[in-house]
Unconditional design. Structure first.
Length: 261
């Protein structure tokens, strides 16, 4: 299956895929531990000291690659998000900021983890992250596409895009931007992105889907052995057949949009 067809088969039935992921032994075991023990956490120090709870919460907010930074994350949670000068804002990482807003011990104290909404949100996000990770192990492009679908609508501008490596990778792939542009001054990178795309478009479901379709085609072109415009069309046409036969209207629009760039 192509990156696009694999992505669409999951995106169109996301609830079922999350349910399947949640029931896998490892995910179910970790989730049960989190649900059973998170209410015992009364402070940032408590959360960081329980490695299993801390790992679960961090992974839920896309911070699984920073589990080593316990001291830093403890400070982030202790300082809270009450002002733009706090550490959570200064680190310029949207995932860290979201984590700090969710586990706002500075504001809510010992009652932070008593929130049923917090627990459910964390479980849902952990499950989604595990789904994306599992798909990425089979095809990194699918994992990136699912991540982009989930996170891109919340982007506020080029700097928030530059702060998220996965989102930036999708955009760079879709627009054929060299990763070497990272050596440019940050303002220059932001200006370039502003010229090449309208980030506000990602709030529109149809435009978001078109962009992801373009990314998927480019991803397979670069890493899947396809070549030339005819191969790109074959990828998109094959994707339609893979998910039920025929070429639906959304894929035709994606193909037309891809040619227009």
């Amino acid at each position: 299956m192509t990156t696009l067809s694999s992505y669409l088969s999951i995106a169109r039935d996301a609830t079922r895929w999350r349910t399947i992921t949640a029931k896998t032994p490892e995910v179910a075991l970790q989730t049960k531990y989190f649900q059973t023990n998170i209410s015992k956490v009364k402070s940032a120090d408590d959360l960081v000291k329980d490695t299993r709870l801390f790992s679960y919460a961090m992974k839920a907010f896309g911070l699984g690659d920073r589990l080593y930074a316990k001291g830093l994350m403890k400070q982030v949670l202790q300082h809270g998000v009450g002002a733009p000068t706090t550490l959570a804002y200064k680190l310029n990482d949207p995932n860290i900021l979201a984590f700090a807003k969710a586990f706002d011990f500075a504001k809510n104290g010992a009652q932070t983890t008593a929130s049923a909404s917090l627990v459910q949100t964390t479980v849902d996000q952990f499950t989604q992250n595990e789904l994306e990770k599992g798909q990425a192990q089979q095809n990194p492009g699918v994992g990136l596409a699912l991540y982009f679908q989930r996170k891109a609508p919340a982007l506020t501008g080029p700097f928030s895009l530059l702060a998220d490596k996965k989102l930036l990778q999708v955009v760079q792939t879709a627009l054929d931007i060299s990763p070497m542009t990272a050596v440019m001054p940050i303002d220059s990178q932001a200006a370039m992105l502003t010229k090449k795309l309208n980030i506000a478009d990602f709030k529109d479901a149809t435009k978001l889907q078109t962009f992801i379709s373009r990314f998927a085609a480019q991803y397979d072109f670069k890493y899947g052995g396809a070549s030339g415009s005819s191969s790109t069309n074959a990828i998109l046409l094959g994707a339609a057949q893979d998910i039920g036969g025929g070429v639906n209207e959304s894929l035709l629009k994606a193909m037309q949009a891809y040619r227009s760039y």
